[in-house]
Structures are given as structure tokens and as C-alpha cells.
Design a protein around this ligand. Structure first.
Ligand SMILES: [Zn+2]
Length: 345
């Protein structure tokens, strides 16, 4: 079978297509014939080796993938989605399976948390063995390309908005960077939850994109007064801010909140050190909420909504595995709006 491999840390030239032996499923495992896999920016960080020494190589990239069950190992439950030929999406989190967090169905909080493509080989290969518990049935009508474009960003955004920040219908939510992967998922999920969505963007051309995703209003964060504009749109401030930018937006995000508001964050693409005015936090009863990835239940929820057409991943480019290195370059040079997906037919 063919596999895309990040052979060392470095530039695009470390990417290679390699021939590998076909793996055999062990007890409790299924073998998935991967049909589509999607890159995330994480794949670029892993390839570059930033931070230094953090990530193992060689590794097969792509946390996100979808395909068909190809072979079933011993001891796998006889469920319809675990039979040969079933169309499945892959839950990208691996965990120990027996600690208190795993038993509480929060594998993303397991001390042995691992992500496909980051700690172990990912989905940019023709076959991958998976624990049977980590494959979910794909809703009818969802394409492999769309199913592969969903997992990391939509699971993360669902856990942030629905589970951690507890967004209710009618609440107001600021979603940062609507043109980014997790931002575009956040806008759609906040809208699907019935919230009034204020998206932020940094470029003119992203204003219409944000509205097409379901934003009610759009604010430009290249304007230093952006938080004041939010408070003009929602007097008193918003219920929830969806953060993944960090230092560049943090002060405004706190200012945009109403009293009792919740700030939920999953990332810091523009700086991870910020200053916090504690008086604002306690006098205004602000909740600061961290969040990372999400659960299998979160994945089921977003797949169900995608199957009903209520969530739609933004796919910017689809390329065959043979052109994977070029495709990774497109992501790196930010040439495409939306996910870069590989097909493995
Ligand atoms: Zn565990």
C-alpha cells in the first residue's frame, strides 16, 4: 500500500510517497481502506518540527480521514457499521481506554492522549488499522471528501460551543477568524445552535464568506476598536466569545463580553501569553474556559448535523495522493480557502 510520509523535520522536500506492507487487524481492530484524508495546519507544525523535538518522525500525516471497512479483526462486535464495505469516518483521538477520564468518555483529557498524524501515523495512507470503537458510521449522502474534512475542526468547535460554553438559542456569540478551519466550523455550529453570530475577519473578501457560513454580523479585527463595534451591535456585550487567536485578540475578546459572559479558547495562533485584568474577571463574573478536541459523542453530533445538511465543511482543494506534496504546499502558502483534502482511490 502507498503512504505519504513526513520522513524528517524540514521543508516540503521531506515528504515522500512510500510503499508499505498491508497491516493485519488484531483483536478489536478493523482495517479501513482510506478514501479521503484532510490536512490540518498541525501537519505543517509536525513537519517543521516546531516546537523542537516535540514530534516524532517519520510519521504519516492527516488526523482526519474517512473510508470503508476492509477487514475485521477478531472480537469486533457484529454491528452494521463494523462490517466489510461499511462507510466510516475516523475519530482521530487515541487514548489509554481505562483511566478515569477515558471511563468518563473524555478521552481528549487522557494523560496518554494521542492524535492521528501527530503522535501516531495518520490517514494519508491507503489502509489504516483502527480500534473498532474509533470508527463511526458515515451518514448516507455525505461524501468521503466532506467526511474527511469534518473531524478535527468540527469536533473541536462543537466541544467548545455546545459542551464547554453551553451556548443556548438566542445567545450572542463572537466567533473569531471565520475564514479559518476552526472558525468556519464555529460560525456554522453557533448558528445551528440558534445563536446570534458575530463573526470576525481580517480581510474584505472574507466578509461575504462569513455571512454565507451563517454569520448574522461581521466585524473586522484589523480595526483596533473592534470590541467597541461588537458592543454597539449587542449593547452590554455578548454572552460568549469563541477564541483561538490569543494575544492579538484577547483584550478585545474580554471587553466584548457582557457581565457573566463566557470566553472559551482552544488555541493561540497569534501568541499564547496575555495579560488578564482580574478585577474585570471577578467584578463581571467572567468565565474563562479552556477546551481541546472533543469526544466521540461530539463527533456523532457533528456527523449527524452534516448528514442533514446543517453543517458543511469548507473544502478548498481536492487532490489525489500522488499530488500530496503539492497539496501540502497549497495549504502552507495559504492559497486555498478551506480544507485541502487528499483522495486515495
Ligand atoms: Zn485514558
Amino acid at each position: 500500500m502507498r503512504a505519504l510520509v513526513t520522513t524528517a523535520h524540514g521543508g516540503l522536500d521531506v515528504m515522500q510517497l512510500q510503499e508499505r506492507p498491508l497491516p493485519k487487524p488484531g483483536p478489536g481492530q478493523v482495517r479501513v481502506r482510506i478514501r479521503a484524508a484532510a490536512f490540518n495546519h498541525l501537519d505543517l507544525w509536525v513537519r517543521r518540527g516546531i516546537p523542537a523535538g516535540h514530534w516524532p518522525v517519520p510519521i504519516v500525516p492527516c488526523a482526519d480521514g474517512a473510508g470503508t471497512i476492509d477487514l475485521v479483526g477478531p472480537g469486533v462486535a457484529a454491528l452494521p457499521h463494523l462490517t466489510v464495505g461499511a462507510r466510516v469516518a475516523l475519530y482521530p483521538v487515541l487514548s489509554c481506554g481505562h483511566c478515569s477520564q477515558c471511563r468518563a468518555a473524555s478521552p481528549q483529557l487522557c494523560r496518554q492522549f494521542g492524535l492521528l498524524g501527530e503522535h501516531v501515523d495518520g490517514c494519508a495512507q491507503e489502509y489504516r488499522l483502527m480500534p473498532a470503537d474509533s470508527v463511526l458510521p458515515m451518514p448516507a449522502g455525505l461524501s468521503f471528501t466532506d467526511a474527511a474534512a469534518i473531524p478535527t475542526t468540527f469536533i473541536t468547535a462543537w466541544q467548545m460551543l455546545k459542551v464547554r460554553a453551553r451556548v443556548q438559542p438566542g445567545e450572542s456569540v463572537v466567533v473569531h477568524a471565520a475564514a479559518s478551519g476552526v472558525g468556519s466550523a464555529g460560525v456554522q455550529i453557533a448558528a445551528a445552535l440558534g445563536a446570534h453570530v458575530i463573526a470576525t475577519v481580517r480581510r474584505d473578501r472574507d466578509v461575504e464568506r462569513a455571512k454565507a457560513l451563517g454569520a448574522d454580523e461581521v466585524v473586522r479585527t484589523d480595526d483596533p476598536d473592534w470590541a467597541r463595534h461588537v458592543r454597539k451591535l449587542v449593547p452590554g456585550g455578548v454572552h460568549v466569545v469563541f477564541e483561538h487567536i490569543g494575544a492579538a485578540t484577547w483584550d478585545g475578546s474580554v471587553r466584548a463580553l457582557q457581565r457573566g459572559g463566557r470566553l472559551v479558547t482552544c488555541g493561540a495562533t497569534a501568541g499564547h501569553e496575555v495579560t488578564i485584568n482580574l478585577r474585570k474577571i471577578f467584578f463581571h463574573s467572567i468565565e474563562l474556559i479552556g477546551s481541546t478536541m472533543g469526544t466521540r459523542t461530539d463527533f456523532e453530533a457533528v456527523l449527524t448535523l452534516a448528514g442533514r445538511g446543517l453543517l458543511k465543511p469548507v473544502v478548498g482543494a481536492v487532490r489525489p495522493l500522488a499530488e500530496a506534496t503539492d497539496a501540502m504546499g497549497m495549504l502552507e502558502r495559504r492559497e486555498v480557502f478551506g480544507k485541502v483534502v487528499l483522495t486515495l482511490d
